[in-house]
Structure formats: C-alpha cells, structure tokens
Ligand binder design. Sequence first.
Ligand code: NAD
Length: 493
Amino acid sequence: METLPLWINGKPYTPQSAEYVDVVNPATGELIARQVDANESDISAAVSAAQRALDSWASKLPGERARILFACASALRDNIEDLARIESVNTGRPIREMRAQMRRVPEFFEYYAGVALTLAGGDSLVVPGTFQGGYQRIPLGVVGLLAPFNHPLMITAKKLSAALSAGNTAILKPSEYTPLSAFRLAELFQQAGLPSGALNVVTGQGSTTGKLLVGHRAIRKIDVTGSEATGRAIAQQAGYNLKRVTCELGGKGAAIFFDDCNLDDAVSNALYAVFIGSGQTCIQAARLLVQRSLYPAFVNQFANRVRALRVGDPMNPTTQLGPVISERQRQRILGMISEAVQSGARLIAGGKSIQGQGFFLEPTVFVDVDPGSRLGQEEVFGPVVSIMPFDDWTDAVKIANDTRYGLGMSVWTSDLKRALQTRDALDCGIVWVNDHHRTEPSLPWNGFKASGLGTECGIDGYLSYTLTQTTILNYSGERFGWFDSTDQPLRLN
Ligand code: NAD
C-alpha cells in the first residue's frame, strides 16, 4: 500500500505530521493508500516554497507563463489514460466517464494560457483634464485551492489554471477521499517545466489541514469547491482574516422537459442529467420536471430504463454507474430515502444498497415528492431523483426556483421562445437549453443563492486571481496650490 508524500518545492516532501488518513477504493472498500494529515509545520513549508517561487513566476513575461501552461496541458493530454485510471480507482466513477472527463482537463490550461497573453498587464485610460490614468493587474500572491471528491482533477484544473495564469503560486489540498491524482498532476507539471514551488500539494482532512490552510496569514485567497456547510465555514474564517474567497457549492438542480420533447430522447437525456457520477455532481438534475401531458409515459419509461442501468465495476468499460464515495455517504443517502418514504413520497425504482463489496446503491426514483420535504430541498449527492409534473412554464419555473440553491438547470424543448422565457426566470447561475453538464473554460461558472460566492472560469475567473493597482499621472506641469489661497475654485479629488 502506497503512502503518499506531500509535494513541496517541486519534489516529494517528508512530512512533519505523524497522523495519517486512509484512502479507500469505493468500488471495493479496500485500502489503496494512506495520506498525511498535514499539520501546521507542513503547511508552513508549503507556504514558504510558494512564497519563494512567487517573484520569479509573477514576473515572467505573459508569453513565458503561457508557454509553460501549454506544456502542462500537453503533459495532461499525453497521460489521459493513466489519469483516467487513477481517477476511476479513487472516485469509483466509471472509466468511460473519467476518460471523457480527462480529455477536457487540458483545455482549462490552454484557455488560461491564452488569457494570460491577452489580459496580463493592464490598461491605460484617458481621464478628464490633464491626467493620464491606468491600472496594472498584479497577482494576489500565494493562494489555497481546496478540491472536492467528485471531479478531483477537473475542478483542480479550473482553479489552478486561472491562478497560475494570473501569476499566483498555489497550494492545493485535494479531498481527503481522492488525493491520488493531485500528485500525478504535480509530477507531470514539474516535468513540463512549471517552476518548483509554483504548485505545492498538501493532503489531509478539511477539519485539520483545510482549516489550517484557510487560517494561514500569508495565503491571500481561498478557492473552494465543496458543500454549502464547508463554504459557509470557510467564507466566515476567510472573511475574518480579510482573505479573498471563491466558493463553488452545492445545488438542487432541475431539468425541465416540455411536452414537445420526443419521449425516448427526453428519457435518455434525463438519465444523463441525473446519473453521471452516480448522481454525485453539484449540477445533478435532482428534480425532473415534466409537463403534465408527457408525465405518465415519461415516468413509466424512465423507471424502466433506470432499472436496466448497469451498476458495477468502474474499470469495466460497459459499466454505467459506480458506487458512491464512502460508506458514510451511502448510509446518509439511505437515511434520506427512508425518510422520504415515511413522508409519503412514492418509490418507483431502486431504494436499496447493493450487497457485496464497495459502496453501491441502486439508482433510485421517487414520484409524489413533497417539494418542501427534505428530499425536495436538500442536496442528496447520490443516485436519487424525484420526478414532478408541471402545467406551464411559469409553473415549472416556480417549482425549479423553490430551493435555497441556484446552480445549474436545463430546459428541454424545441420552442426557442419558451426556452429563453424560462431561462430568464430561472434563478441560477447556469442554464442549459437542450443539454446538461456541459462546461466551457471560457464561460463563467457560478452559483446563485446558497450555491456559491464568486465566479470560476472565463475572464471573471482570471480577474478573481488579480489585484488592480491604479496609476493617476498629472501631466499639466502646473503648480496646484490648494493652500496658497482660499478663493480659487479648485478641484479637491
Ligand atoms: P466537502 O465540502 O466535504 O469538501 C470540499 C473540500 O473542502 C475538501 O478538500 C475538504 O477537505 C475541504 N474542507 C471541508 N471542510 C473544511 C473546512 N472547514 N475548512 C477548510 N477546508 C475544508 O465537499 P465534497 O463532499 O468533497 O464535495 C461535494 C460537494 O461539493 C457537494 O455539495 C457538491 O455540490 C459540491 N460541488 C460543487 C461544485 C460547483 O461547481 N458548485 C462542483 C463540484 C462539487
């Protein structure tokens, strides 16, 4: 069994902490590695390395930073199969999903290489009077990146690509459930020419290592993807320390199917919106809203297709659903299922654990769910979905928005007018029309309401990793003389 080192200053680092946390393959329940629960002294070593690397990384010409980011992207692209296998073993997600996801990861580094070339520096502005105004963008400094377990590398890529492209150096803490791929990424980037110390990896639990990272005075920003509770705790701690923070948090997504949808296509699209990652995605369509005339046939066909999904060994390329991440999570989901049944929701498929090794659960479908119940409101983060009927688009929007979250929702119809009317009324950060899950490095990604704070991806994501320093230059050459006399109507500010 492998003991993971920390990765500090471009190489493996022997930790000071003697505490370890197990890493388990969720498909078998077997121990596959152990990781250090990094302590204060380990975090200080990582911060020092990142500080030492900062000046030279931040002062590189944008073209040079971009070339290194392109090289990092190529290194990822050359290792897609290896990375997909690591992700699959550690997350339990089917290898087919992880291969597809790994193909997109390099794109974030390529996009932000381009952004560095385009936006680094600043701008000069004409201001009224004899003034020349301008500003330069400068990096924040050392930043802390906290990743979740469900898309370990893809979410790391979103954060790290923006942070590095803007000239920051980073300390990455992967989820304690899925630390394996972070080390492979660090090794690959080192070989690709990323300077030592620009990326450091520390492992450990959120309640120990994560908290220490957030509390470290020299870290200028924390960028976390995780649950609402984690986001609230981190934003509070970071706020007290006047540290910048981006939080990408949970959701209670919906997919809205209008009655002009072809039934077969609608069912197939709904399966995709719900069950990727065994439902462990922040944008999961946890609620399928189906227009009333389509509803009975949809429910029937959807439940049949769900019963036929192939749940099993993630390394088998024909597997469609893997396990959930841990026994603890499986028990939490089973608890929510039995509570929903007791509160009157009707279970029409699944609902039970799958016996044997690993943390498998049957894909589960509910109808007649009280929208105000725990199942109607809370993020399950598992292979569980509620199907609800609606009458018209205003009704659909009312149900969809009736949650404290506001992350991603999809609208399915060939009527563009209705799609965009619905989009305009949805209170969430991402709306897909006739798609779901799609993400683009160039498009802002953010949650409304309790789904987050700040924005990732796109230009906004880049700017969130910069400070602006303004210069105002007076070229009149004339004496100003505010205190020379009091009878001149001079400008004050
Ligand atoms: P989590 O909140 O348990 O952990 C996320 C990360 O934060 C981990 O690295 C963890 O160790 C760390 N952490 C936890 N508590 C901390 C604390 N008090 N201080 C510092 N660090 C702390 O999340 P998870 O279970 O790994 O991921 C699932 C959650 O992430 C779901 O709620 C999901 O919706 C959300 N998510 C959101 C997005 C998005 O883009 N909005 C994407 C993926 C996942």
